[in-house]
Design a protein around this ligand. Structure first.
Ligand code: ADP
Length: 398
């Protein structure tokens, strides 16, 4: 039983074909420059060399047809016909207030994805294009939408409402949605299994620290709170996003710089975060780490501010749940940067959470990184959003 997982952006798409019998990746790849001159598909079959196909892809339709052709190709293919694909799972960024779980796509679902275009203007149109291109390339195959916002839809009103006039929620659905939900849900579930916690009552905090970054709190796998909001701009300091700021800064900067709100939002999304704090060194933690090691003060401050913000969210979420059993680190920084994990955990002694320097000296695999006497289990748990999408797709279509 093979599931094809699609993650479509506006000019690119990533895919994986996963054999669900043993959850192994049969092939994965990437189409780049869709709709732009110089389109290229890079296809990586498991155990074989990767292959590049350079052919015009005016739209997602041609791109997905090329993916299907590569999967069944005599040389670099991994299946003999597309009949061996049971279903297709799609990452969809925004499900609005419509969906708190993944769903098999029909016309109603497509309308809902469209209705959320203004909530995720860069992502939802591309996600829908990907779904429609798959419907055309593989007629009759079930498509499943897996929403980044679904996990956050389980929050209670007290956590998801902003303290704004209530009519803005009623009229425009202005609320906290949360993103990276597929990762938070996957990692919290894996953390419960890995640490042997009670699946119904376990209190877990997941720190998804990638280029985008967010924290979630969940009890028994159900989201209690999460740090991203109406958009992914809220919460932690990120690669290029500011995370939480005083909203009055927007008006202040617009006046000082004579810029529009849109331009100011562009600064908060693309020029802030550790990139801004480090005075432009980089949004990549490897570069910031290297600069800090050479004694660059702004780089040191960027790292300290980042760790402090994560630690403050962990404290807030431990309070929201009246305790925490496990704290899991995941995504690019969370999985690879042992110094950042150490700096964050240095704030957590009051919770009885203690990191073990030796166990923490690892990257990219499931591991308990707390001391034996730590009251809270600290965990390194690599995320796997593609596998999470494939599991949901299988659950809804088998
Ligand atoms: P995305 O949010 O784009 O999916 P990832 O989860 O892949 O991002 O995280 C990418 C980030 O992870 C990079 O920008 C970099 O800051 C960080 N990263 C990756 N490898 C390392 C490493 N070895 N040490 C420190 N940071 C790393």
């Amino acid at each position: 039983m093979n599931i094809l997982v699609m993650n479509c952006g506006s000019s690119s798409l990533k895919y994986q074909l996963i054999d669900m019998v043993n959850e192994s990746v049969l092939a994965k790849g990437l189409c780049e420059r869709i709709g732009i001159e110089g389109s290229v598909l890079t296809h990586s079959p498991a155990g074989k060399d990767k292959v590049k196909f350079e052919k015009p892809m005016p739209s997602h339709k041609e791109a997905i047809q090329m993916v299907m052709d590569a999967l069944v190709d005599k040389e670099c293919g991994v299946i003999s016909s597309t009949d061996e694909i049971a279903a297709i799972g799609h990452r969809v960024v925004h499900g609005g207030t419509y969906y708190s779980d993944s769903v098999v796509v029909d016309e109603k679902v497509k309308e809902a994805i469209k209705d959320c275009f203004d909530l995720a203007p860069l992502h939802n149109p591309a996600n829908l294009m990907g779904i429609e291109a798959c419907e055309a390339a593989a007629p009759g195959k079930p498509n499943v939408a897996v929403f980044d916002t679904a996990f956050g839809m389980n929050m209670e009103e007290k956590a998801y409402l902003y303290a704004l006039p209530y009519e803005y929620f009623e009229k425009y659905k202005v609320r906290r949605y949360g993103f990276h939900g597929t990762s938070h849900s996957f990692v919290s579930g894996e953390a419960i299994k890995f640490a042997g916690l009670d699946p119904k009552t376990a209190k877990v905090i997941v720190c998804h620290l990638g280029n985008g970054a967010s924290v979630s709190a969940s009890i028994g796998g159900k989201c209690v709170d999460t740090s991203m909001g109406l958009t992914p701009l809220e919460g932690l300091i990120m690669g290029t996003r500011s995370g939480d700021i005083d909203p009055a800064i927007i008006q202040f900067l617009c006046n000082k710089l004579s810029i529009s709100v849109d331009e100011c939002l562009n600064i908060l999304n693309k020029k802030s975060g550790v990139l801004g704090l480090s005075n432009g060194i980089s949004s990549d933690f490897r570069d910031i780490d290297a600069a800090a090691e050479e004694g660059n003060h702004q780089a040191e401050v960027a790292l300290e501010a980042y760790a402090l913000r994560v630690a403050k969210y962990i404290g807030a979420y431990a309070a929201a749940m009246n305790g925490v059993d496990a704290i899991a680190f995941t995504a690019g920084v969370g999985e690879n940067d042992k110094n950042m994990r150490k700096d964050i955990c240095a704030y957590l002694g009051y919770l009885g959470a203690f990191i073990d320097a030796e166990k923490n000296d690892i990257r990219g695999e499931n591991r308990v990184i707390s001391t034996d006497d730590s009251k809270v289990k600290l965990l390194l748990m690599p995320t796997n959003e593609e596998l999470a999408i494939a599991r949901d797709t299988l659950r809804l279509t088998k």
